[in-house]
Write a protein that binds this ligand. Structure first.
Ligand code: PGA
Length: 245
């Protein structure tokens, strides 16, 4: 099964808009081995209507504690309670604009698993100028994200390879280089656990995915789907992505 995750970020700003986008996705005949996950801003999670086997709900972030005196935070239990199944963790926009650290990412991934959510951990290098910086940054983020996660839970973690230079720039990675990164990420996980466990982890690609390039990533063996930002907030374009795969 391949995953197409729509990250609406803060592009979608009203419940009406969220509902219109969700309704448009529901009209698309989604292919059998695809699952679509819609990640609206928290406040619109309740406005998304019915889910189905092919359509799940995701959140864009969560808190790592179970609850208590943490003003403004949203916990795994709250998300699970409104029908959320997936949660983005450590998106580069949160790492860079909001100071999210590898330790927070790790704590959130563990809390998501404990709360019956599937964490989608985002990793990616900032630039690709220095050849060596790619593996180092990606390996480090991956290793830290998985630290302390029990082997039998590893397959519930999804990794999204999102090179920062490709996010929102219109310059996507090539399917070949994204595949190399996916192989590399699985190698890091294999070193921490074993090969069989690493092969069970879904690795997605994200960064300027659009209607012209989505199929090439999704249909690549070894890449288990895509995380789509901007293009997922245009109902025609996102329907085109789903139909074109
Ligand atoms: P983009 O964002 O598709 O707009 O580049 C992807 C992401 O940040 O998840």
């Amino acid at each position: 099964m391949k995953l197409i995750i729509a990250n609406w970020k803060a592009y979608v700003t009203s419940a009406k808009e969220a509902r219109t986008l969700a309704d448009a996705v529901k009209k698309v005949k989604i292919k059998k081995d695809l699952k679509v996950v819609l990640c609206p801003p928290f406040v619109f999670l309740g406005a998304m209507g019915k889910k189905s086997a092919a359509l799940s709900l995701g959140a864009q972030d969560m808190f790592w504690k179970e609850g208590g005196p943490y003003t403004g935070e949203v916990t795994a239990e709250m998300l699970f309670g409104v029908g959320v199944a997936y949660v983005l963790i450590g998106h580069s926009e949160r790492r860079h604009h909001l100071g999210e650290t590898d330790e927070m990412v790790n704590a959130k991934a563990k809390a998501a698993l404990a709360g019956r959510l599937k964490p989608v951990v985002c990793v990616g290098e900032k630039t690709r100028d220095d050849e060596k910086s790619i593996p180092r940054a990606v390996a480090e983020q991956t290793r830290k994200a998985f630290e302390g996660i029990q082997k039998n839970r590893v397959e519930d973690v999804i990794v999204a390879y999102e090179p920062v230079w490709a996010i929102g720039t219109g310059i996507a990675d090539t399917p070949n280089d994204a595949l190399s990164a996916a192989i590399y990420i699985r190698k890091v996980i294999a070193e921490m656990y074993d090969q069989k466990t690493a092969m069970k982890v879904k690795v997605l690609y994200g960064g300027s995915v659009d209607v012209r390039n989505a199929a090439a990533f999704v249909n690549q063996n070894g890449i288990d789907g895509v995380l789509v930002g901007r293009a997922s907030t245009d109902k025609r374009e996102f329907a085109g992505i789903l139909e074109g795969i």
